[in-house]
Ligand binder design. Structure first.
Ligand code: NA7
Length: 537
């Protein structure tokens, strides 16, 4: 690059699961590929989110590429639900095994991409001003990779250490003896809090919304168990690909137990308590009506509150830890000892609804009722999900249309993959894709294969550009919406699924909740019928 611009068939942005698979599949299909990665290493989400306690909430043997029978036999997971470092190692190993590294330019942020309608190509520009032209751009930028800086006065005036879960220092951070505050109790906060609590001198957990979190079933995977699982990989993969969420072995059963579900609203309190005695957290939400009826959902939350009270000794703290919104509205978290952490003498929960943050000061955090003197603040405050990473790139399509403007009005993409007005741009796990409601790996594999198939189709038919029809895109958005509404719980809180955690973002339930198999069937029907809803030029 530089003086002599490279010309390739496809520019891939990102080198996480999606970027790696895109490089592999597109090269295998005969396309030339240049990938760009902002970080200095492979991993995407698993490169950036290296905070203490970061861990996936899906089984290791399913949270891996499913289409490489030899590779999967050669990789040994050490835990049921692996931590960040192990997944990062896995992705680096895959990149080496598949010889993908030479396609990636690291430490390179893409700043802009502009479509040229006369040549049907994209000019992709890096932050340092280098430009590369390509016929296609594949945005493999992840669903949760555009961090939000919280709108708190004085954020940059703090003279202690400011840490961000989504770009935690690679060398770690020594919390020993320090006075620490964690702001945010989503997955990142809830996973890191028990680990930080064990090290810190004093830990303040600053909670705006309480979390629905369930104890992790994680444990080491012994060699004989792993060998047995490897013997079942073909069967596991088949089940994954025939499932709602791209998971085979446990899915919801892992957390909620097995057996016929009955309605909580027909179950007397004493019987509910008996279930709690027997099954613990697994009893709270394993009811046939808990997801479909708001009253049932509230009854289940009451049970959850009872469970928290059984663990957390301080009554006021236990009460503050009970969520005030429906279960299932935000992504359910899997933790390792979260509630137990509040029994430690060095940990204090601050309920920000009762005692809000007024500002960050040079020495700590000024709450309405007191000042917290701190050595470090950990921000676990979330992401501009699903659209944020591409909206932050200055992407210009046909007729000077900006993707960020289009998505500001309506964050939608046909099948989650393509956006009207932006020919030859693919969004991999964009809004309207099942992605975040499924095993990300299976969704990513499906989407990348669909994109590759589309490019091969274009090569075979001589098409130079493809984009969705606006009507088809709108119809897909309507279809996505039909799965968001009836559940009642999805639109009822400020979740990142809705974009409601980002000030000013249009409130739309972005992921496709109809399930992976239904989604794949739709895609297959569309392709088999001659790419319905796509316009080829
Ligand atoms: P989340 O789940 O979006 O959580 C962010 C948390 O930060 C959440 O508790 C927010 O409270 C809180 N937050 C955000 N801004 C503020 C301010 N200004 N003051 C106080 N608290 C704030 O992000 P995560 O990184 O934890 O997890 C993202 C996904 O990654 C997760 O769902 C998994 O899929 C993996 P709020 O709920 O908005 O009241």
């Amino acid at each position: 690059m530089g003086e002599t611009d490279l010309d390739v068939d496809v520019v891939v942005i990102g080198a996480g699961f999606a970027g790696l698979y895109a490089i592999y599949k597109l090269r295998e299909a005969g396309f030339t590929v240049q990938a760009f990665e902002r970080g200095d290493g492979i991993g995407g989400t698993w490169y950036w989110n290296r905070y203490p306690g970061a861990r996936v909430d899906i089984q290791s043997v399913e949270y891996m590429f499913t289409k490489f029978p030899d590779l999967e036999q050669a990789w040994d997971w050490t835990e049921l639900m692996p931590a960040q470092a192990e997944i990062e190692r896995y992705l680096n190993w895959v990149a080496d095994e598949l010889k993908l590294r030479d396609a990636i330019k690291f430490n390179t942020t893409i700043a802009a991409a502009r479509f040229d309608a006369t040549s049907n190509t994209w000019a992709v520009t890096t932050q340092t001003g280098d430009t590369i032209t390509a016929q296609f751009v594949v945005g493999a930028t992840g669903c949760l990779s555009a961090p939000i800086e919280p709108d708190i006065t004085g954020l940059h005036h703090f003279t202690g250490d400011s840490l961000y879960t989504n770009r935690f220092p690679r060398e770690g951070y020594d919390f020993a003896g320090k006075r620490v505050a964690v702001i945010g109790t989503g997955s990142s906060g809830v996973q890191s809090i028990p680990v930080i609590a064990k090290e810190a001198g004093e830990l303040f957990v600053l909670q705006r919304s309480a979390a629905y979190t369930l104890p992790s079933p994680n444990r080491p995977l012994g060699p004989s168990e792993l060998a047995e699982l490897k013997g079942q990989y073909a069967d596991i993969r088949a089940k994954q690909w025939a499932s709602y969420a791209g998971t085979a072995r446990f899915g919801a059963v892992m957390f909620f137990g097995e057996g016929e579900l009955t309605p909580i609203l027909d179950t007397p309190w004493e019987q509910q308590m008996a279930r709690l005695d027997e099954k613990g957290f697994a009893a709270c939400f394993s009811w046939s009506d808990a997801f479909f009826d708001i009253d049932a959902n509230q009854a289940a939350t009451k049970l959850y509150g009872e469970m928290i009270r059984r663990i957390v000794h301080d009554r006021a703290t236990a009460a503050d830890l009970v969520p005030q919104y429906p279960f299932g509205c935000k992504r359910v978290i899997i933790d390792e000892g979260y509630f137990e952490t509040f029994n430690r003498s060095n940990v204090r929960l601050v309920n920000l609804r009762a005692n809000p943050i007024e500002r960050i000061t040079p020495t700590g955090i000024q709450l309405r009722d007191e000042h917290l003197e701190l050595d470090a603040i950990v921000y676990a405050t979330g992401f501009d999900a699903m659209t944020g990473s591409l909206s932050r790139i200055d992407i210009t399509g046909r007729n000077d249309l900006k993707l960020r403007d289009v998505w500001a009005d309506a964050p939608r993409a046909y099948l989650g993959l393509t956006v009207a007005g932006f020919p030859n741009l693919f969004t991999v796990t964009g809004p309207g894709s099942p992605s975040v409601l499924t095993n990300m790996v299976t969704s990513i594999e499906h989407h990348v294969e669909m994109i590759t198939e589309c490019l091969l189709h274009m090569r075979a038919t001589g098409a130079a550009a493809v984009e969705p029809d606006t009507a088809a895109q709108d119809e897909w958005a309507e279809h996505v919406n039909t799965f968001a509404g009836p559940l009642q719980v999805h639109p009822s809180c400020n979740s990142w699924y809705l974009g409601a955690n980002v000030p000013g973002k249009t409130r739309t339930y972005m992921p496709y909740a109809g399930g992976l198999t239904r989604y794949m069937d739709h895609c297959r029907d569309i392709v088999d019928a001659g790419y319905i809803g796509f316009v080829f030029a």
